[in-house]
Design a protein around this ligand. Sequence first.
Ligand SMILES: NC(=O)c1ccc[n+]([C@@H]2O[C@H](COP(=O)([O-])OP(=O)(O)OC[C@H]3O[C@@H](n4cnc5c(N)ncnc54)[C@H](OP(=O)(O)O)[C@@H]3O)[C@@H](O)[C@H]2O)c1
Length: 269
Amino acid sequence: MMQTVDPKGFKIPIVGLGTWSLRNVARMVEQAIRIGYRHIDTAQMYGNEKEVGEGVRASGKRAEVLVTTKVQPTNLAPHDLERSVKESLAHLRFDVIDLLLIHWPNPRVPLAETLGAMLKMKKAGYVRAIGVSNFTVALLDETAKITTEAVCNQIECHPFLNQDKVIAACKKHGMAVVAYSPVARGSVPGNETLERIGKAHGKSAAQISLRYLVQQGIVVIPRTNKLERLEENFALFDFALSDAEMQEIHRLSGSKGRLVDWSWSPNWD
Ligand SMILES: NC(=O)c1ccc[n+]([C@@H]2O[C@H](COP(=O)([O-])OP(=O)(O)OC[C@H]3O[C@@H](n4cnc5c(N)ncnc54)[C@H](OP(=O)(O)O)[C@@H]3O)[C@@H](O)[C@H]2O)c1
């Protein structure tokens, strides 16, 4: 059985497949589900919802798989959001979106309006659960004042970036943390600490990075174009890191470890 986190009673499988810039999307999604993945992450902005839907359907396991998609920041006004959700459903060819996220905050659209529209879509049965992505502590506090229904915040999270404050805010509001770029976009192999700890457990540096996150109850959505790495990134539950190892990995993190550039985010047209 795949481990899950259960924010507000909504089950999220703790390992998922990221699909941003993935090639052969339908094939990789189908293969991941064969291996045991039960969580697939896509977004309107990735332009691959159609292929994600195809892969999920080809697996024959639609009912067991949680699919997340995200509304792009230019579609956060209520009318645009409603249209956008219906477009995502048409691309995916699903009856319902399992988890719908605000992809990036857009300061030009009042958050209460966007969340209101998302709740309306949930109530109407288009969406099973709602959440946010790239939200700061202040935005999470604002979200909590508007609704208690948001189940997660998807953020950049890996051993090289210190996200303690935003993780604490998610916990305070009962929201799961979903880690994007959880193997730091492929830069964990070669790190001396992760390689050494990996060697002690017979695991790769990437597996140590992922285990470090899941052992904290953080959901991970690594992306790979390689079939053998689909298996590798899923094999995280036959070992555990000691407290000393967890602390040593935590010491790798800093405020300068960010890989995804936020500077463009407030400039949506
Ligand atoms: N909400 C947001 O704003 C946001 C932003 C960024 C990403 N995301 C989501 O999060 C997912 C994951 O993040 P990401 O794609 O940025 O980064 P990532 O998963 O940390 O890294 C992907 C890169 O790491 C390599 N890799 C994967 N597994 C590996 C392993 N076991 N050993 C060594 N290298 C490995 C992959 O290369 P190969 O293909 O060669 O294996 C690929 O180049 C995305 O695909 C997307 O779904 C969301």
